[in-house]
Design a protein. Structure first.
Length: 266
């Protein structure tokens, strides 16, 4: 497998004003570098506030890095070229279900990306939406449904349809499936694995769930207070973690919840 994505020394600082004081600078992410191969799945784990979402937003182009560069197939990605980024790298957000417009039918919402990013005829666009609905396990009839007419699992399938409709090379998901019922979550994860196999998409996802990470990820990146403290294959981190935090994050869901609780109390 060749490197599809290369992240080189990207960092993120936020500035915010605190009353009349001089602006404060927060380091959300210290410079990190890693690469992702075609078809590979990378999980990002870490406590709350460790920088997982920041990495997801920088890769998807939702935020501009303070330093560093990102290369796709060896080509430098321009942080301000949103059209290039949104074709090749798609993001599924934490509150993806709320990102569906309640006033537009599913078909119209899926057509939007095609209108802005392709020169296809209306008939070609419509046909592509039907094919995409089918790929995520929905029916052509769902084209005319409004979001409230679908179950949460079906709505999540629509979010995945929206992510794959432009046939991207990478999907970035930020805790996108955490709110789903466990049985639906399992179906959605399996759907993503099937799509990944069919379409050769690389998948980068932030997650607090060791169960999902162990099931899905080829490699795991461990974050702690804005720093990458470990990055290795899932197997290597399960059998020989170098950091105590890695061990704890990969232990059971219950221990993980306890860890999350103690870190938020700090
Ligand atoms: N827009 C912002 N302005 C100021 N600080 C921010 C901003 N976004 C994130 N941060 C800070 O950057 C750090 C990393 O945040 P980030 O959201 O990446 O963490 P996370 O690991 O994704 O957390 P969670 O698991 O809760 O989603 C935190 O200290 C956060 O408060």
């Amino acid at each position: 497998m060749t490197d599809l994505l290369e992240v080189r020394n990207i960092s993120k600082y936020y500035s915010y004003k605190n009353g009349w004081l001089t602006p404060q600078r927060v380091c959300a992410l210290e410079p990190i570098s890693f690469s992702v191969k075609r078809g590979e799945t990378i999980a990002i784990m870490g406590e709350t506030g460790s920088g997982k979402s920041t990495i997801a937003k920088l890769i998807s182009g939702a935020e501009v890095p303070s330093s560093g560069e990102i290369f796709l197939n060896g080509e430098l990605l321009d942080p301000n070229n949103h059209q290039q980024r949104c074709r090749e790298i798609r993001m599924i957000f934490q509150d993806s279900l709320r990102s569906l417009n309640p006033q537009l039918t599913i078909g119209k919402q899926l057509l939007e990306s095609l209108l802005f990013n392709t020169k296809w005829s209306a008939a070609e666009q419509q046909e592509h939406v039907y094919v995409t609905l089918q790929k995520v396990g929905l029916l052509p009839d769902h084209f005319d449904f409004y979001p409230h007419m679908l179950s949460s699992g079906q709505q999540q399938r629509v979010c995945i349809a929206r992510a794959i409709i432009l046939e991207p090379q990478i999907i970035v998901a930020d805790e996108a499936f955490a709110a789903l019922d466990p049985s639906i979550r399992a179906q959605i994860i399996n759907l993503i694995l099937d799509l990944q196999e069919d379409m050769g998409i690389s998948f980068i996802f932030a997650s607090h769930s060791p169960e999902i990470v162990k099931h899905v990820a080829d490699k795991i990146l461990i974050m702690h207070r804005g720093k990458m403290i470990e990055f290795d294959s899932t197997q290597a981190l399960l059998t020989n973690p170098k950091q105590q935090l890695t061990k704890m994050l990969l232990q059971s869901e219950q221990l993980n919840k306890a860890l999350k609780h103690t870190t938020t109390q700090e």
